[in-house]
Design a protein around this ligand. Structure first.
Ligand code: ZN
Length: 135
């Protein structure tokens, strides 16, 4: 059963998922105050300026918090159980929700170094995800 995919409804969300499909995690940086934010929005979360630029994130982050899901929220997720839902603190500052994926995902601990990967969800769609950083 195919997993659901976010349906981008704003220009900023469409930009974000088009970049993800091309293998880039892009964030917005305010031209007025340099704040970086996530999720995609039309104006700076700190000063309200609409003058911003997209840039490719480093793909590095750390695990701020997580939960291991053992009961599927919908039938599509049953084959994935158990899986990790994480709040990832990106090296650039913002936090984003993602899954920690990979063979050692269930061994995650808060503070773990994470690195970006992309999960192919079919039809050219890719979802930014994270795996535990290899040393
Ligand atoms: Zn700003």
């Amino acid at each position: 059963m195919a997993l659901p995919f976010p349906e981008p409804r704003t220009a900023e969300a469409r930009h974000f998922f088009a970049a993800a499909a091309a293998g880039r995690l892009e964030l917005q940086r305010c031209a007025a105050c340099a704040r970086v934010w996530f999720f995609p929005r039309p104006a700076c979360v700190a000063c309200g300026s609409t003058d911003y630029a997209w840039f490719a994130a480093s793909g590095r982050g750390s695990l701020h918090s997580f939960s291991i899901v053992r009961r599927a929220p919908s039938p599509e997720f049953r084959d994935r159980l158990p899986y990790v839902v994480a709040l990832v603190e990106l090296a650039e500052g913002p936090r984003m929700m993602a899954n920690v994926v990979g063979d050692d995902a269930l061994e995650v601990a808060i503070g773990d170094a994470l690195e970006l990967t992309f999960e192919d969800r079919g039809e050219g769609r890719k979802l930014p995800q994270f795996c535990r950083a290899k040393r």
